[in-house]
Ligand binder design. Structure first.
Ligand code: DMJ
Length: 463
């Protein structure tokens, strides 16, 4: 009872604080000078950079050449039988953006010496694509070494075998050597999160087949929408049978939505634009849930549009950034306020919670980036100082609860803050990158000239 009262009190205070800060600017009143001066952005950018180095040095010492470091046992870890250098490839462009050129050079050497895709090994198409294929492509754009492009194209040709299904929607798994596929029961995110990378590869190689393949998968997925323009969480890529008719913006659907908008912006593709408009309208009509305390997005049946649950979580936080990119700054700001409240409820955001009663459903935190990502997008579009303030508060909590003696660790439960022996590669690729960019004023990266893939790998916009 005592802890419930405490929680209600904390929620009330965070909502109030967020509301005051937001209303000052959304109503046209400029943020207070105090708020403007309260953050030394240069110092914050340096702090993020030094925390990146702390975690990176842990990886280097205990897991060099492996996919990831287990930060509590200090043991290396591979996803599959051979390393795909998940952490180094994912982290490389963050090093470049942070100006960590010695680390970037060592990483580059490791990649060219060790990375080999000609291995008899089944991998998850989506994860390898957004982290490795995408990381190699952005490395090529930022560094200019053609060997990055050669590796990226080699990998893409192997992964593309996954798209050999009767519908053109990819299987979830593909063998890098044999091209054998498995996993026909898939979801929109694992079907539609290829356009950005494949389009960029087509641009650099002059071969349109990559973009066409990704586009075919995306349009096939779109064709299975309901009459309400909602898409399902689960689908069979061989038959198109809907295996789960629940619609939402969360994991399994999230980056399908993100890539429809980003693909349209990056490639100026009118087909994508014509898909995006009804899609976002339906998402806002049936999934958005305006409560007296704030805006959330929940779950609904794709055929009836009726609400099936009121779950929101760390992954959903990306949507504030997507709304901002779409130009809906009001909803974007409202949702980012909810994101911040979710983060502050227990000092670190949970994987999921029920926004109707603010109860945690899944208390884990795996160093996810989406809350920082949306704060960064909102700041870029509004220049409202509340967003770096949010970023600073969240980053301080990250240091307090997730830092270990050698790196950073996931949490088993945000309520107990008990650590888990894992550090995802996206901590380097996304969480620390977006946190850094939120404070970085060097102008090295012009937000308006790039599009980030879903793993925060930036690509130059097509002129
Ligand atoms: C990342 O791998 C990508 O952002 C993906 O789209 C889903 N989220 C994880 C990080 O949370």
């Amino acid at each position: 009872m005592k802890s419930f009262i405490m929680l209600v009190f904390i929620l009330f205070i965070s909502t109030l604080k967020a509301n005051i800060l937001l209303s000052q600017t959304l109503t046209g009143n400029s943020p207070s000078n105090e708020s403007k001066q309260s953050i030394d952005k240069l110092e914050m950018a340096e702090r993020v950079k030094s925390e990146f180095l702390h975690a990176w040095n842990g990886y280097k010492t205990y897991a060099w050449g492996y996919d990831a470091l287990q930060p509590l046992s200090k043991q290396p870890h591979n996803w599959y039988k051979n390393s795909l250098l998940m952490t180094p490839v994912d982290a490389f462009d963050t090093m470049i953006l942070m100006g960590l050129f010695i680390e970037a050079d060592e990483t580059k050497e490791l990649i060219f010496e060790k990375l080999d895709f000609d291995v008899d090994m089944e991998v998850q198409n989506f994860e390898v694509s957004i982290r490795i294929f995408a990381g190699l492509l952005s490395a090529y754009e930022l560094d200019g070494d053609k060997r990055f492009l050669v590796l990226a194209e080699d990998l893409a040709k192997r992964l593309m075998k996954a798209f050999n299904s009767p519908t053109g929607m990819p299987y979830r798994y593909v063998n890098l050597k044999t091209g054998a596929t498995s996993g026909p029961i898939s979801n929109p995110a694992e079907i539609g999160t290829y356009l950005v990378e494949y389009g960029i590869l087509s641009k650099h190689t002059g071969n349109p087949v990559y973009y066409q393949t990704a586009m075919k998968a995306m349009t096939a997925m779109y064709s299975f929408r309901s009459p309400l323009n909602l898409i399902p969480e689960g689908i069979n890529v061989e038959t198109g049978e809907i295996t789960n008719p629940i619609s939402h913006i969360s994991g399994c659907i999230d980056s399908y939505l993100e890539y429809m908008l980003k693909g349209f912006i990056l490639f100026n593709d009118s087909t994508l634009q014509s898909m995006w408009t009804p899609t976002i309208d339906a998402v806002n009509k049936y999934l958005a849930d305006q409560k007296p305390e704030g805006l959330w997005y929940g779950q609904a049946n794709m055929y009836s549009g009726t609400r099936t649950s009121t779950t929101y979580g760390a992954l959903d936080a990306f949507f504030a950034g997507t709304l901002a990119m779409h130009g809906d700054l009001k909803r974007a700001a409202d949702l980012q306020q909810s994101n911040y409240i979710m983060w502050m409820m227990h000092g670190i955001e949970p994987e999921s919670m029920n926004y109707s009663n603010m109860e945690v459903e899944n208390g884990s935190y795996i160093l996810r980036p989406e809350n920082f990502e949306s704060a960064y997008y909102l700041y870029q579009y509004t220049h409202n100082e509340i967003y770096p303030e949010m970023g600073k508060a969240m980053f301080e909590n990250l240091i307090t609860y997730c830092r270990t003696d050698v790196a950073y660790a996931a949490l088993k439960d945000v309520r107990t803050k008990e650590k888990r022996d894992y550090m995802e590669s996206f901590f380097f690729a996304e969480t620390l990158k977006y946190a850094f960019l939120l404070f970085d004023e060097s102008g090295k990266l012009d937000f308006n000239k790039v599009i980030f893939n879903t793993e925060a790998h930036p690509y130059r916009r097509v002129e």
